[in-house]
Design a protein around this ligand. Structure first.
Ligand code: ATP
Length: 168
């Protein structure tokens, strides 16, 4: 798994289209600033799983304003992803714990929304295994922003891979 690379643009387009299909009542703003051809060193299903966990949470914990911002951009070194909702938000004390296994903010309230409190702990572990980061900022009553950073496969690494193929 750890050696696999994923073409960024096609995955994000697919995840965006899947979300639109599953949640037609939501406005999802997809801000795509992904350089053509960019790749990240992560197994495709793993990155998809992380995006689905974040988007599913954004959907579950939204309230009146059913709107999600989904942004992905690349610079020379990193893929940066933002998943933002305008929902319940998370209090400062809970923010420290949401990445813990089985931690849920409000058990009574959340029970109605389903879930075991595992999604974010899995997302964080997966991203860190691939040397990326997953951070959160939130304001109670206003909403939450999750941010992922993952290193991009560099041009010279791509050449290396081509080299290996040529020599095979
Ligand atoms: P599941 O195991 O199905 O993912 P879950 O949503 O309860 O269930 P996590 O994804 O790990 O589990 O999230 C942990 C807790 O963090 C949630 O129970 C919820 O209280 C809080 N949380 C996560 N995402 C958001 C969000 N976008 N807005 C507000 N609260 C959130």
């Amino acid at each position: 798994y750890l050696e696999q690379t994923t073409e960024v643009k096609s995955l994000f387009t697919q995840v965006y289209n899947d979300f639109k299909m599953l949640h037609p009542d939501f406005v999802i703003n997809f801000d795509d600033d992904i350089r053509e051809g960019s790749k990240v060193r992560i197994y495709r299903n793993h990155l998809e799983q992380v995006l689905v966990i974040l988007l599913d949470n954004a959907f579950k914990y939204s309230t009146e304003r059913k709107e999600i911002n989904f942004a992905a951009s690349t610079n020379s070194a990193l893929l940066e992803v933002v998943v933002q909702d305008y929902g319940l938000g998370i209090a400062k004390n809970d923010l420290k714990r949401i990445f813990n296994r089985f931690y849920r903010v409000d058990k009574a309230r959340s029970r109605k929304r389903g879930g075991n409190g595992l999604g974010l702990s899995i997302a964080k572990r997966l991203i860190e295994i691939y040397h990326g980061s997953l951070e959160v900022e939130s304001v109670v009553g206003s909403g939450t922003v999750f941010k992922i950073e993952l290193p991009l496969v560099q041009e010279d690494e791509k050449d290396d891979e081509n080299e290996t193929k040529k020599n095979d």
